[in-house]
Ligand binder design. Structure first.
Ligand code: TRP
Length: 358
């Protein structure tokens, strides 16, 4: 059997998370290790990671550590899955992490053919303001573009000595040169906060990015001259499209985006896959299954903060006391409220970003 690899540039997504923990040597996420866990952590959306104890210890002992994320500015809008990553970054920022956010403009140039100008425009108009609107503190966050950070590109060259082609084949399958360049650069992104001073760092990622984490950990431990801490990672499950489809590319029109209009929200929610029964009578008698219901997925991952409220709603749905139509109306209302607030924050954030990058 061919050894299974994850391709970080594809939109294929794993469906069996438990198997993946074993297969890729991840460690299970223990919610009790972390103070003030956020909703993704409390509800099993965050499910795994690497070297997590090192980070929970840094938090508890108030020692220095950092959180870092990067985004490829390929899309003109951000879907709700991106919100999960930023929710995680915001969590660690609030626990005291030094925060780094980069725009992977060289990666998108190499792997997607997007010009540096176009990447810059998208990052400044959309991505960075959305990140701030999601709760990142712009005063406490170091933003950079890969193409403008010489420390990072230089580090990438130095670290490239520590990787082998065999290792690349094991991690990525059969990588093209553009992908090799992008992944060495990503290792440098991940490690560069430690150039000043070695310290633990945490990288929140979907499982698709785990190959880059493994490569970073291998290279960091081999490049002894830097005395790097191997980077930690924390993984969350993907937010399925409203149709239940795990693959974003197939379900463009069915995914929720930040800044969607009230009409778009209404239309998308109305088409969502639910765990309800076929007829009203049957639903009232047998009840629905929240675990197969995309509206509940939204409640759970993004819309209902209060654990008791969510539990009660699930119970009533299982008992047939709440209908799909009622759930959908409530989700639409919550989302429209959320988005109205988000639009305001986004408008403010754009002004901040203009000043920051002028
Ligand atoms: N490869 C990431 C993506 O596809 C972007 C990225 C570049 C990144 N450098 C990073 C993510 C460092 C996390 C950490 O979106």
């Amino acid at each position: 059997m061919a050894k299974e690899v994850i391709d970080p540039w594809s939109s294929e997504l794993p469906d069996d998370y438990r198997k993946k923990i074993k297969q890729f040597g991840l460690e299970k996420f223990e919610v009790n290790d972390f103070p003030n866990p956020n909703l993704l952590m409390r509800r099993g959306i965050v499910f795994a990671g690497r070297d997590l104890k090192r980070i929970s210890k840094s938090i508890k002992e108030k020692k220095k550590f950092y959180v870092l994320t990067g985004i490829m500015p390929t899309a003109d809008k951000l879907h709700f899955g991106t919100k999960s990553v930023i929710d995680q970054v915001v969590y660690f920022q609030k626990q005291g992490a030094e925060t780094h956010v980069l725009v992977a403009d060289l990666e998108s140039a190499a792997t997607r053919g997007i010009s540096l100008e176009e990447a810059r425009r998208r990052a400044l108009d959309i991505h960075i303001p959305c990140y701030i609107a999601l709760g990142l503190d712009p005063k406490k966050t170091k933003f950079y573009f890969q193409s403008e950070n010489n420390d990072v590109t230089s580090l990438a060259y130095v670290l490239s000595r520590r990787a082998t082609l065999n290792e690349y084949r094991a991690i990525y399958g059969n990588p093209e040169p553009s992908r090799i360049m992008a992944s060495v650069l990503q290792v440098a992104d991940i490690m560069h906060p430690q150039l000043k001073e070695p310290m633990p760092g945490i990288i929140p990622v979907g499982l698709d990015q785990d190959p880059h984490i493994r490569l970073s950990r291998d290279i960091a431990s081999r490049a002894k001259e830097f005395k790097f801490f191997t980077p930690s990672s924390i993984n969350h499950k993907f937010l399925p499209a409203l149709t239940g489809d795990l693959k974003m590319s197939k379900s463009e029109g069915n995914s929720l985006y930040l800044l969607d209009s009230d009409d778009e929200i209404k239309r998308k929610v109305s088409r969502a896959l639910t765990g309800g029964q076929k007829t009203l009578a049957e639903h009232k008698e047998k009840g629905g299954d929240p675990s197969k219901d995309m509206i509940f997925e939204l409640f759970k991952q993004h819309l209902i903060e209060d654990d008791a409220e969510l539990a009660l709603r699930e119970k009533d749905y299982r008992a047939g006391k709440i209908l799909d139509s009622e759930n959908k109306a409530y989700a639409t209302e919550l989302l429209q409220k959320y988005m109205a607030d988000f639009r305001k924050k986004y408008a403010d954030a754009r002004k901040i970003v203009k000043k920051m990058f002028d």
